[in-house]
Write a protein that binds this ligand. Structure first.
Ligand code: SAH
Length: 397
């Protein structure tokens, strides 16, 4: 068993059960990609079992802080069963659920979403990459699913020195391997393609916020809705289900908009109530401002503007700009749902950015509710970095 010894005083974070060990904290020792290593303090005290990633700045991620625990197939089975048991207790109103959410589930770098009877997984760290066959078998056994598609094509794999991989990891004999799947969310019908969609195919983290949006659109009687960064139209379907008369979906991905349009029809809404715009959201908001258009509800769910804290300042300007325009376009009494999924922008900073946008727009608003990722995308008390999605529901004064 290889040992990695930390520099004096660098054991604090593992003592607090934070799973990451950075390159600069290590005094000596290393391991191969994904190899299990024993982490020790400078004094030789056991700290954790971890997996090594020689190519990454995050050199080790901890599997376990229990000295007696062995990192073997039974370990992965236990972690996966625990994660799935937690999801079952959440009683989520959908057959599409995030089963494994990386560090929060004690499986650093592993993301697994369940879409009906199909699993879609991302292996984003050398540790889970090394245990892939074991993890794949444990996932099928614990979930009861028989199909598992791999989407390990996220750019973070580059930092791990891992190339992009995608394709079926597990597929029963005789299954044609169709990658298009249908799911149900709050009674709505939605579709995705695990091979072609963003990430694992669909943004499950916004599930509860889409439900809240449908309820608010109905309660406030919102007629005209702008869905910015709509992807495949989850919030669009929510708005129509809430009784909106006219919804504009804006996204820069043409295939996503084709699917958004299909979702409108699939859920029985008149196509005339929906307009899909393949365009930049910022430019569209500006154009609508010039044209004097007004909306009763606006959703802004942009991609990650700040991948890390270092990008926070430029990202802050981009967030402020779209939120200012949205607050201009909203009617008084109108509803704004605005999000940031940037890990580098805290909830507090995001609130300040939106406050600044309000000042520039000459608009104030009631904070209806603070929003976060759905509970199947948990944050643990020891790993606050896991908190990424934050949002505000605002009613313009
Ligand atoms: N709200 C969506 C998820 C949004 S993900 C849901 O509930 O499913 C972010 C989306 O922003 C992606 O679909 C991406 O194609 C789109 N996007 C990225 N940059 C954009 C831009 N400048 N203008 C418009 N859309 C953009």
């Amino acid at each position: 068993m290889k040992v990695i010894k930390l520099r004096a005083g660098k054991e604090r974070s593992l003592h607090k059960r934070h799973p990451w060990v950075f390159e600069g904290s290590i005094a000596k020792g290393s391991g191969d990609a994904g190899e299990t290593v024993r982490m020790e303090s400078h004094e030789g005290e056991f700290l954790a079992w971890g997996a090594c990633s020689p190519a990454s700045q995050i050199r080790v991620r901890a599997w376990s802080f229990e000295q007696a625990e062995r990192i073997d197939a039974a370990f992965f089975a236990r972690r996966i069963e625990r994660a799935i048991a937690f999801r079952q207790r959440l009683a989520i109103d959908s057959d599409a659920v995030r089963l494994i959410h990386g560090e929060a589930d004690g499986l650093p770098g592993l993301i697994v979403d369940r879409y009906g009877d199909t699993l879609c997984a991302q292996f984003l760290f050398a540790g889970v990459e090394r245990w892939k066959p074991v993890i794949a078998d444990a996932l099928l056994a614990a979930s009861g699913c028989v199909r598992l598609y791999e989407r390990s094509d996220a750019s973070v794999r580059d930092r791990e020195g891992l190339g992009a991989v995608s394709g079926w990891l597990r597929l029963p004999a005789g299954d044609g391997g169709a990658t298009a799947v249908a799911i149900r969310e709050h009674g709505w019908q939605l579709t995705l393609d695990v091979a072609e969609g963003h990430k694992t195919g669909y943004y499950l983290d916004q599930r509860e916020n889409r439900h809240l949006f449908a309820q608010w659109v109905r309660r406030f009687g919102c007629r005209r809705v702008f869905n910015g960064y709509s992807y495949t139209g989850g919030f669009t379907v929510a708005a129509l289900a809430g009784g909106a008369e006219q919804v504009v979906s804006v996204d820069s991905s043409a295939p996503a908009l084709v699917r958004a349009t299909a979702h409108v029809a699939l859920n029985g809404f008149d196509a005339a109530r929906h307009e899909a715009l393949d365009a930049d959201v910022n430019a569209t908001l500006r154009r609508f401002t010039q044209e004097g258009r007004r909306f009763d509800a606006i959703v802004l769910d942009p991609p990650k503007f700040a991948p890390s804290a270092a990008h926070a300042e430029r990202a802050a300007r981009a967030y402020k700009d779209i939120n200012r325009l949205a607050l201009v376009l909203l009617e008084p009494g109108g509803l704004l749902l605005t999000f940031s999924c940037s890990g580098g922008v805290s909830a507090e900073l995001f609130h300040k950015i939106v406050a600044g946008a309000g000042l520039d727009a000459g608009a104030d608003g009631y904070l209806l509710q603070r929003l976060e990722a759905a509970p199947d995308h948990p944050t643990t008390i020891t790993f606050p970095e896991g908190e990424y999605l934050k949002g505000l529901a605002i009613v313009k004064a």
